[in-house]
Design a protein around this ligand. Structure first.
Ligand SMILES: C[S@@+](CC[C@H](N)C(=O)[O-])C[C@H]1O[C@@H](n2cnc3c(N)ncnc32)[C@H](O)[C@@H]1O
Length: 278
């Protein structure tokens, strides 16, 4: 991804350029400028123009106006240049995702991680995506797997998920539930039926491991995401995992632990892939 620093070196002072810590994301035809350092907020329009001039296909330049928050994990943005809209279609791993960046969670930085999981899915699998969002795991999974159960608590995400299932012609392979995943698994009695469980809610996924253990069959693979500090990377998450497994009477084997993105200077989005052995 091109860096703002490079784009702006002829338009801002060297000192101002040095203050720019983070870059921007491109989602469909929208660029979102991430946190600008204090004192640089008034330069948002100048930065937006530089970005727009560099990527001719961009129609909207927005800036982040608050942190990612709430159980829907929404990052509020405001349009600073171009068309006054926040809905777009983003293409990732050959699939099309319609979404409104002000109504749902989506990060274009997770494309490689989405693909890493998708590549592991086998045709016989029943895949449960407990925090599906607009479907960047669930939609491609439905192309490959026997069946996908996709759950999200945010009605806007569920509406886009349905639309994206149609857009990508996988509606016949995906069941969508708009509710708390814990309630769905209980109500539908989805017990011991998943070959694979995806849990991309790093802030709270550990609190839903009991749900994952209910839905997972023997031999299931679970991908559980966490935000972890560099200091004790994986230790706390492993402790939580082994503790929850013990409570559920399940044995687990960790297959892989990896970082898949940086949240802030010392905090990383991490994933633990593990197998349920019994
Ligand atoms: C970090 S986003 C991940 C979305 C998607 N899997 C992705 O990779 O882009 C987490 C999603 O979980 C949803 N969510 C939060 N709590 C939930 C719950 N208890 N049950 C179901 N979905 C939930 C949010 O609405 C959000 O869309």
């Amino acid at each position: 991804m091109a860096k703002l620093k490079e784009l702006l070196k002829n338009r801002l002072s060297a000192d101002e350029v040095n203050k720019i810590k983070y870059s921007y994301d491109i989602i469909g035809d929208i660029a979102v400028i991430n946190d600008l350092p204090w004192g640089m907020k008034s330069k948002a329009k100048l930065i937006a123009e530089a970005i727009k001039n560099t990527h001719k296909r961009l129609k909207v330049i927005a800036k982040k106006v608050g942190p990612t928050s709430g159980e829907e994990r929404i990052r509020p943005v405001k349009v600073v240049l171009g068309e006054k809209r926040t809905e777009t279609i983003h293409i990732e791993n050959g699939f099309r995702f319609k979404l409104d960046i002000n109504k749902v969670y989506f990060s274009p930085r997770l494309g490689a991680e989405h693909l890493r999981i998708i590549n592991q899915i086998k045709p016989y699998e029943e895949v449960y995506d407990l925090f599906a969002g607009v479907g960047p795991f669930a939609i491609p999974a439905a192309k490959k797997a026997k069946k996908v159960i996709a759950i999200d608590i945010n009605p806007a995400a569920c509406n886009y998920l349905k639309e994206n299932a149609l857009l990508n012609k996988v509606s016949d392979k995906i069941e969508i539930y708009c509710c708390d995943c814990r309630k769905v698994i209980e109500k539908e009695k989805f017990y011991n039926c998943a070959d694979r469980v995806i849990m991309n809610l790093p802030m709270h996924a550990g609190e839903f491991l009991d749900v994952a253990f209910k839905v997972a069959k023997k031999g299931a693979i679970i991908h559980c995401y966490f935000f972890l500090h560099e200091k004790d990377m994986f230790k706390l998450a492993e402790d939580k995992l082994y503790n929850e497994a013990k409570k559920a009477g399940r044995e687990v084997k960790i297959l892989e632990e990896r970082k898949c993105g940086q949240l802030s200077p010392r905090i990383w989005r991490c994933v633990i892939d593990f197998e349920v052995l019994n």
